[in-house]
Design a protein around this ligand. Structure first.
Ligand code: GCU
Length: 398
């Protein structure tokens, strides 16, 4: 081997090494040091270990069981979207500690089809913002002035989804838990023990509370005869992408998981992260995660896990991670890296994911059962993203 060849070989080894698990906790080495080499070992040993670590140290555990107490169909229109869809507005009521919490789930479901994928995710501003349909109830406003109808139309693309033969279901995230430092309203008080006023150190922050709400929506959807409950895909953008990712990682009944620009606390690996760091996130949004997580605020290298492990918990179900080129805050490179590492678990199932660590070109989806794209443009969820999710759903959610 001449000097040049030696040099390039060393460079390749070095770069593979630097993009491999350097400084990042090993996905496939169990706590006792054993290597995980089969899907069975992953399911029996490593996945439960990771679930328990991530749950107690970051998102927080759900402090009890609370089922839907009452389902009320508030509205049904079989001629929605120019007769192409059924619209439903369903109130889900929860009761606990003599308190009651209600949340409205809005669904648009393609007509005349027996089995189709339905995308479930939270909206940022109330159900009435996802489409300019005057029949949609205006959401209770928790957060300043009510948002105008239809302001999130370009982020939901309801018609595009219906035309593609997919359903869509959404809720307003504030209805489950407020996005401010306030644990006196939302779902929390329904599960407090006597005298408790805020979650205990290992108990849920709001991301886990929102994730819990998505699982309850799925409980409902599995019982709705108009929905194929085995094909519900959980999706979310940004902080709501973090919530969806955690919902999909924990709850294996979700058929597939889509993280759109979820960044810090979502798909992105914390270690060596650009843009928003764990420190920045914990300082600005302490409510999002358990109190336990604050011990890592200034020392993320001590984390016994990283976010590729959360992505890996989705395996073998289809997983799509997406970034946007101008979204340095979320850190596309670390979102991609996370999907790349998570692919190791898909390999245990004989499935393919992100097979190359070469960062893809703009607007060029890569991968297979684990897929990734970086869209040109800003932090957002737009038609381009939905087109990829629809194609992904059609290919992998059968
Ligand atoms: C902030 C926050 C991000 C989050 C984003 C959003 O920018 O720092 O973590 O994803 O809000 O939810 O839009």
């Amino acid at each position: 081997m001449n000097k040049r060849m030696l040099f390039s070989t060393l460079m390749i080894l070095f770069s593979v090494h630097s993009f491999s698990q350097q400084n990042i906790p090993q996905l496939l080495i169990a706590k006792n040091g054993n290597t995980i080499s089969t899907a069975k070992q992953w399911e029996k040993i490593r996945r439960p270990e990771i679930l328990s670590m991530v749950e107690t140290e970051m998102y927080g555990v759900v402090p009890g069981e609370l089922k839907i107490s009452e389902i009320t169909l508030l509205d049904q229109d079989d001629q929605a979207i120019q007769g192409k869809a059924i619209r439903k507005q369903v109130k889900l009521t929860f009761r606990g500690n003599q308190k009651e919490l209600s949340v409205e789930l809005l669904l648009y479901l393609p007509k005349g089809k027996k089995s189709y994928p339905t995308f479930l995710g939270y909206n940022f501003g109330g159900n009435h913002t996802i489409l300019n349909d005057t029949a949609i109830h205006i959401a209770k406003e928790w957060n300043g002035a009510a948002k105008p109808r239809g302001v999130e139309t370009a982020n939901w693309e309801v018609e595009r989804l219906i035309n593609a033969g997919c359903g869509v279901a959404t809720m307003y995230y504030w209805d489950i838990a407020p996005d401010r430092e306030d644990f006196s309203i939302g779902i929390y008080p329904l599960l407090y023990k006597d005298g408790q006023t805020k979650p205990a150190n290992n108990e849920w922050g709001s991301l886990a509370a929102w994730a819990w709400g998505l699982s309850r929506a799925l409980d409902y959807m599995k019982a709705d005869k108009h929905v194929d409950g085995s094909k519900v895909i959980v999706v979310g953008h940004s902080r709501l992408g973090k919530a969806s990712l955690w919902a999909g990682a924990r709850d294996q009944r979700f058929a597939a998981v889509i993280s759109n620009n979820s960044g810090c606390g979502g798909a992105s690996i914390y270690r060596e992260k650009a843009g928003e760091t764990l420190l920045k996130m914990n300082n600005r949004f302490p409510r999002w995660t358990a109190v336990n997580f604050k011990k890592y605020t200034e020392s993320e290298s001590l984390l016994p896990f990283d976010q590729h492990m959360v992505l890996a918990m989705v395996a073998p179900r289809p997983l799509y991670v997406a970034s946007a080129s101008e979204d340095a805050w979320a850190d596309p490179k670390n979102e991609f890296k996370s999907a790349f590492f998570a692919t190791q678990v898909y390999h245990l199932y004989g499935l393919k994911g992100i097979e190359s660590d070469v960062f893809p070109a703009l607007n060029t989806p890569v991968g297979s059962t684990v897929a990734y794209h970086i869209r040109n443009g800003k932090h957002d969820i737009l038609a381009y993203d939905w087109d990829q999710y629809i194609a992904f759903a059609k290919k992998f959610v059968k």
